[in-house]
Design a protein around this ligand. Structure first.
Ligand code: 2P0
Length: 320
């Protein structure tokens, strides 16, 4: 079982060459409330791997991942795999991150030799880049590289018990998948190099803000970083616009809260959902404001969470 994460400094762009390296260092917080569970069992000798999402998802990708994972981990027999999440999948909430982190962790338990941290990170990354950040809890940095230090926890979850709200908006036309969005941005946006340069500054500010638990430093930096990612994507050809009208309304609602003295700050990934960070004491007021935004259908509440765990029984929310 593993948790989703939300990037405070975004990963947006892959480096040229093999191995799915990111172009830039990202930093995320693992979310307590958004979970994926992977059930892995040995399957019939000589049969093909069995892989399923519940509810249904992109199963060909899952099967390819199981095959790759078995090869890398030295598992010589077929596996039967089922992955499920306790929150809406493919809704811009990083369900692929928690799903592939959960699956990587569960498959690792079948490896004949205990795999290294770096092997697990490389493997998870093949499911979804951001999945390698969900292999750890709390505040997590991912920098380019295949060594054990590429994915590191910079602070545990209890270091800073912030509230993270996810305002789900009505889903519009299907967004461009992140992989294609990144490729298009890196190859056609004239702002891409500036994005990478600005991201280095954002990273050092965010690291400092996390270390000192300073929301007045963190908040503006994460908003800037998210808006710069979207500005760079808007500069692609054809342009990438991930927002819906409700996305913009929710951003404005957060700015109005700040004008009213409530320190709340947003970040947005490659989709229309708005994630908002605030102090736990302000969470009810921020939730009320987000719920009142036309087009916001649900607000999910989370806080920094732990890394993956092996469970002896499936969680209650997994259908039997
Ligand atoms: C992030 N996103 O840092 C960024 C911000 C979306 C926007 O990582 O192609 O599914 O599998 O490596 O990890 C979502 O993209 O992409 C993502 P791939 P992934 O969270």
């Amino acid at each position: 079982m593993a948790r989703a994460n939300v990037a405070l400094v975004k990963y947006w762009g892959k480096a040229a060459g093999p191995g799915r390296q990111p172009s830039n260092t990202s930093l995320s917080v693992t979310l307590d409330g958004l979970l994926s569970a992977a059930r892995v069992e040995a399957w019939r000798e000589g049969a093909a791997d069995r892989a399923a999402w519940v509810p249904p998802g992109p199963v060909a990708d899952l099967r390819r991942f199981v095959e790759l994972g078995r090869r890398r981990l030295g598992i010589t027999y077929p596996l039967d795999v089922q992955v499920t999440s306790n929150f809406p999948v493919a809704a811009g909430l990083a369900s692929s991150a928690s799903a592939y982190a959960a699956l990587t962790t569960a498959m690792a338990a079948f490896a004949p030799e205990p795999p290294s941290t770096s092997l697990l990170a490389v493997l998870a990354r093949h499911g979804s880049g951001s999945a390698c950040r969900s292999l750890l809890g709390g505040f997590v940095q991912w920098r380019p590289g295949d060594d054990d230090g590429a994915v590191t926890q910079i602070a545990p979850p209890e270091h800073w018990p912030l509230t993270i709200l996810a305002a789900l908006t009505e889903t519009g036309p299907k967004r461009v998948p992140s992989r294609e969005g990144m490729r298009r941005t890196a190859t056609t946006s004239p702002f891409f190099d500036a994005w990478l340069a600005a991201g280095r500054t954002d990273l050092s500010v965010v690291r400092e803000a996390v270390a000192s638990r300073d929301l007045s430093l963190l908040g503006p930096a994460i908003e800037r970083n998210a808006l710069r990612m979207h500005a760079t994507a808007l500069g692609a050809d054809p342009p990438l616009l991930y927002w819906e009208p409700a996305t913009v309304s929710a951003m404005r609602a957060v700015w109005r809260l700040r004008e009213a003295g409530v320190p709340a700050f947003f970040t947005i990934d490659a989709g229309p959902q708005v994630k908002v960070l605030c102090e736990p004491g302000d969470a009810d007021r921020v939730t009320t404001a987000l719920t009142a935004v036309p087009g916001v259908v649900r607000v999910l509440r989370s806080r920094p969470g732990d890394g993956p765990r092996i469970l002896s029984e499936p969680p209650l929310w997994v259908p039997r």
